[in-house]
Design a protein around this ligand. Sequence first.
Ligand code: MG
Length: 503
Amino acid sequence: MENKLIKHPFILEILDKYKVIWSLGHLSALGNWDLSVYMPEEGATARGEALGKLATLSQKLFLDKEFTDLIKKADGEKDLNDYEKAILRMLKRSLKYYEKLPAEFIEEFSKVASEGHIAWKNAKEKNDFSIFEPYLEKIVELTKKKAEYLGYEKHPYDALLDEYEEGLTVEEVEKYFISIKKPLVDLINYIKSSKKFKKEHALEKQEYDIEKMKKLTDKILKFIHYNMSHIRVDVSSHPFSISLGKGDARITTRYEGKDFAKSYSSTIHEYGHALYEIQSHDDLHYTPISGGSSLVIHESQSRFWENILGKSKEFISLLYKDIIEVDEKFKDFSVDDIYDYFNLVKPSLIRVDADEVTYHLHVMIRFEIEKALIEGKIKVKDLPKVWNDKYEEYLGVRPTNNKEGILQDVHWSQGYIGYFPTYSLGTALSVMWKHHLEKDLGKIEDILKTKEGIRKIQDWLKENIHQYGSTYVFRDLVKKTTHEDFSSKYLLDYLENKYKGIY
Ligand code: MG
């Protein structure tokens, strides 16, 4: 079938060759998904070997002279449309990565990262940082080296941020965090001094039957999605989403047997990621710009569904009859009770379970630590203390063990340094989308009350964000859709209004 978006003969020629690389990526993604969901533990070595070889093969195909010549040839073309330009932009990004990082370095990094990941799991289980420490030292050393290989203008951490969000810099991230830090600390202090402030909600302790909770997951997804043959849902301790291509988005959720908000939020969060991939334009499939590559935009989608829709009173009302089916005791709680439970603010130790207000401070702590590590201002061996001190300073809580402190996140063990800031930026962007969606369609609570309300929201997201896949980098998409620059203003207004209403 003729591609309506991509027409330039050079680009079509590139895409024809790219399909082989795409296919390898497709199977790697499947291998990774299986590794996290179904693979027996002992399969790790063989899977690591196979994925490593696929990556090497993919790099070889990418660096094939015929292919790189095509990219260079197309790069000189003047009459490319936005989609075609974006395809080149993404290919050149991969090319830069492959050309600047020596093959031995990529192999060493990937080996240290997989060993580090196993060491981290072990260290977390035994609550013993010293098991992970030598691996983390190596990862930090290699990451510094990576920044030098990749190059940067002002700060080595810029090279790392760019891997996760194209063009993002320390300067920008710092400016953003400075803009939100004081207002958030003030809001937290306001909440803590409110008469309604409580450290725990009864539903946090409330146990549930996992099989019944799984039924709720199915009902939620059926309620929010129009075609369930797009999505598969499985279970994993760290929920994630992965897209394998057209019509095949996979998400996972978690069931801990109590505190059902965790499972509920994970499902809706990962669905937000999946929808972005599902609604990207059909003609972008099999290209490097299919789906979202920008982590900030991606997270803006998951957080939009998780927080702005999933934790709203209207949304809870619509699912209420299904929620109380999970457990006889849930029937003791009203819509308002569940709303309070989903939106309970309290400084805590674990980022993934943090509320909308304190969440950003968790991310800020990680950013400051990563930057200092790359600058050589702190040492890996001092991290548990540095971490705990920062938690005490920013959130007023101090971890009593490393499991709830320095060892809680998986990222560093896999070599992901420079990733965390996208969580906070994406969340702030989700509120910007809310503002502009409401400008176009009216208040979300009113849209949800109408017939096909969810569908109207999905269509808006498709029209303004999803259809483009990764055609535009985050700043450009924000400008194109909202006619203004990215700003933290909407996040701060939203949090202030919402939580001064609750507390
Ligand atoms: Mg996410």
